[in-house]
Ligand binder design. Structure first.
Ligand code: NAG
Ligand code: NAG
Ligand code: NAG
Ligand code: NAG
Length: 494
């Protein structure tokens, strides 16, 4: 933005602002979710550089992550900090709890590090039908207490509250967006919350997942999930809907209009497409969806009912190998990037600029754990060993229709062994598996199936300490190491 300073900012605003055209930057206005359920995360300072290089100027967290929030200090990137659902009851219990939370997780980062925190997301999809009514009584009082705490901290002008909700809080009886209204069981609560947000200048945040719509309904018209498609459009009065994202968003807009909040600001808190773990989750579909999404974000395209485009936080920036697979194996593969910030597919970020990968990531040694050529496929320990490896490491790429779903039995075992070995930071004894495995320097990756090397997070042994430990740690030892890891990582389990 060098050229666009001083008084002629006004004149050049159109050229240098918005799309960043003319200044050599990529388009701004991109936003994404930065999750932390990764066993080997990219160092936060590298992620921040990558965000800036790719034109992301907003980022959303599910928790107040200390490392990333510090790394974002003075970056100007706008931050939405999340409060997990399991903290809602505590925060609902009184204003003091909220005051403590805001002080520790908002005020301190703003004042000490200059982190540009702009939103606090209270809870995450608290009304999801599958949660039954678990958070229904706590989310609104928690929201009110956090707002009160922000006022007390003198931050209420700068930091706004919101609640990210799943699109299942609204529905349409007519099957068309114009029939939208809030679910009857939480209708009154939703109206109270929206009124409160509106009174305090906070937006409503909604998560919309065309991919999940496709997963949920075998009759869902595949093409309609994408933006540039050959789907039969849906005609709703004078409006024609060409894709499910527009239709879904406008169902919410109709629900808001019907209840007197037609101009309520809305943020799309999550939207994206996974690349693995399901036949519909692949590189081609994800690239198609996300390119269409990025195109409409940078061209500032709204929906038929709202010409002003909402802020859209792409889900997600990076793959996370420790996410719960309850929703499906695809859950660990939502990243625009692989877990380590490498590219999955090219993406045009505007003005011909392509998506840029993370730079400066340090990896463990280039070595993999594979099934030994001497080991027999009829070894009675084989199935148990694969099971063991996959209990503690991420094998979600091995499933039907996934990137490693077509490996033969031997490579399949190798994949599992390697994921375990890498998850254990290549430590001594973690490539043992009843003598069925061996370490190799030859990359066993084949076609779509990547045999990963994990990021060096400083947990592997140095050559010296490993040799001094003697030859062989067995699986039992590895298990202890693992338990320790799990205990230290408990916070990271959904
Ligand atoms: C936020 O603040 C509270 C203090 O109320 C603290 O207990 C909590 O661990 C902090 N961190 C996160 C990630 O919420
Ligand atoms: C949309 O699809 C058409 C035909 O499939 C193609 O020619 C066009 O380039 C696509 N546009 C975008 C923006 O992807
Ligand atoms: C590969 O391993 C996974 C995980 O144990 C298993 O579900 C799958 O059936 C295996 N595939 C083959 C071809 O052995
Ligand atoms: C492991 O395999 C090696 C060579 O294949 C063999 O010499 C050794 O005795 C085996 N050890 C065990 C415990 O089976």
């Amino acid at each position: 933005m060098g050229l666009c300073s001083l008084w002629w900012v006004l004149v050049l605003a159109v050229i240098c602002g918005g799309g960043g055209r003319g200044s050599g930057n990529v388009a701004h206005g991109l936003a994404c979710n930065w999750g932390s359920r990764a066993s080997h995360p990219v160092p936060p300072d590298i992620v921040v550089k990558m965000l800036k290089e790719n034109g992301f100027d907003k980022v959303k967290f599910f928790e107040a992550e200390a490392g990333p929030l510090k790394a974002l200090g003075k970056s100007d990137i706008e931050v939405m900090v999340g409060i997990p659902n399991d903290m809602l009851a505590g925060l609902a219990s009184g204003v003091q709890a909220a005051v403590n939370w805001v002080s520790a997780n908002v005020s301190s980062y703003i004042s000490k590090y200059g982190t540009n925190i702009r939103y606090v997301a209270v809870g995450n999809e608290p009304f999801l039908k599958t949660y039954k009514d678990m958070f229904v009584s706590t989310v609104f009082p928690a929201l009110q207490n956090i707002q009160a705490a922000l006022i007390k901290a003198g931050l209420a002008q700068k930091v706004k509250v919101t609640i990210p909700i799943n699109a299942d809080v609204y529905q349409t009886d007519s099957g068309l967006p114009s029939g939208g209204n809030f679910r009857t069981d939480i209708h009154n609560l939703m109206i109270s919350i929206i009124k409160f947000l509106n009174d305090n200048g906070g937006p409503l945040t909604i998560n919309i997942y065309p991919f999940l719509s496709l997963q949920a309904d075998p009759n869902f018209p595949f093409e309609y999930a994408f933006f540039n498609n050959s789907a039969q459009p849906v005609v709703d009065g004078s409006i024609t809907y060409t894709n499910v994202l527009d239709a879904n968003f406008d169902t919410l807009v109709s629900a808001l209009e019907k209840n007197g909040f037609g101009s309520m600001p809305v943020i799309v808190g999550e939207v994206g497409w996974p690349t693995d773990g399901d036949p519909n989750a692949n590189i081609a579909n994800a690239r198609r969806f996300n390119q269409g999404l990025v195109n409409r974000i940078i061209s500032r395209q709204g929906t038929p009912k709202r010409k002003t485009p909402p802020d859209i936080y792409i889900f997600a920036l990076l793959d996370e190998d420790q996410k719960s697979t309850d929703p499906g194996n695809f859950e660990r593969h939502w990243g625009l990037f692989y877990y380590d910030g490498t590219l999955k597919y090219p993406l045009d970020m505007g003005n011909g600029k392509s998506l840029a990968p993370a730079k400066g990531v340090k990896y463990l040694k280039r070595q993999w754990c594979v099934m030994s050529p001497q080991a027999s496929l009829s070894d009675p320990n084989l199935a148990g060993s694969i099971d063991y490896a996959c209990t503690y490491a991420d094998c979600t790429s091995l499933g039907y229709g996934s990137s490693c779903g077509r490996l033969d039995v031997r490579s399949n075992a190798s994949y599992a062994f390697n994921m375990y070995y890498q998850a254990m930071d290549q430590r001594q004894g973690s490539c043992s598996f009843n003598n069925m495995s061996v370490v190799t320097a030859i990359d066993p990756s084949q076609s779509s199936c990547r045999f990963e090397i994990m990021i060096d997070i400083g947990k592997h042994e140095t050559a010296k300490s490993s040799s001094s430990k003697g030859t062989k740690l067995n699986l039992g030892m590895a298990f202890i190491v693992l338990l320790a890891l799990m205990i230290s990582g408990v916070r990271n389990i959904y």
